[in-house]
Design a protein around this ligand. Sequence first.
Ligand code: 13P
Ligand code: ZN
Length: 278
Amino acid sequence: MENQHNMAKDILNAPYMVEMIRTASNMYDHGWDERNGGNISLMLDEKEVSPYLDISAVIREVPTGFDAPTLDGRYFLVTGTGKYFKNIKYAPEINLGLIRIKNSGRTAELLWGYSDGGRFTSELPAHLMSHASRLTVDTKNRVVMHCHPANLLAMTYVHSLDEREFTRTLWQMCTECIVVFADGVNVLPWMLCGTNEIGVATAEKMRTARLVVWSQHGIYGAGNDLDETFGLIETAEKAAEIYMKIAHLQIKNTITDKQLKLLADRFGVSPRQGYLDV
Ligand code: 13P
Ligand code: ZN
């Protein structure tokens, strides 16, 4: 009789693993993840993990350094700290890890990956706290994604960081924006990254929007799957690109608030309360 290990399917063929690798490669190809820039966490159900791994076989335990009591027992596929997105497709087992959370969030049990002795992203506080926060408003949330797209980053040097103004500007840059992120974009001032403090602040901002800009650093997106979250950041970054192309020119036309309202009504979305003057 085969033992459990022999019977397990190869996790590299798991649909979520394939999708994670494709997404990371795509993000790299978009120029959003230079060097080790950016990180992704994907929440998984036990039933998605158990066909591939012996879930009682913990490779090692790693302290997280923060509390996330609502996430105990949850599984996450997470990019490794210091790892390059461009390398994930060539060596997923080194650059990714699959962890399970316990001890009120204070311990991560490694079940697969980080095979060179590495560990999860330094931004795990922002990721896990954001997961916990998004799950309170959307039980289907599974993804938190962070990256450094050039135009959104550039915008934080030249545009007001007021969330309403920042959101309105992006909505005005492409017709689809208000449809894709009707909840708007929240903005944090520059803060030291990799800390519990920026994690708490990001999670708080995630209560009211799925996009959170880290000024002079990058952006966080949250969503129900990798594709949707990628698309969310992609749309905001496209809008920021238009802004950076036109901000220094004389603006002759724009999308009016009345037109934004028409779009919201047509596509059945509710724009962030108080953000439109109509
Ligand atoms: P990690 O390499 O620890 O994931 O950090 C990258 C990053 O973007 C920090 O904000
Ligand atoms: Zn970063």
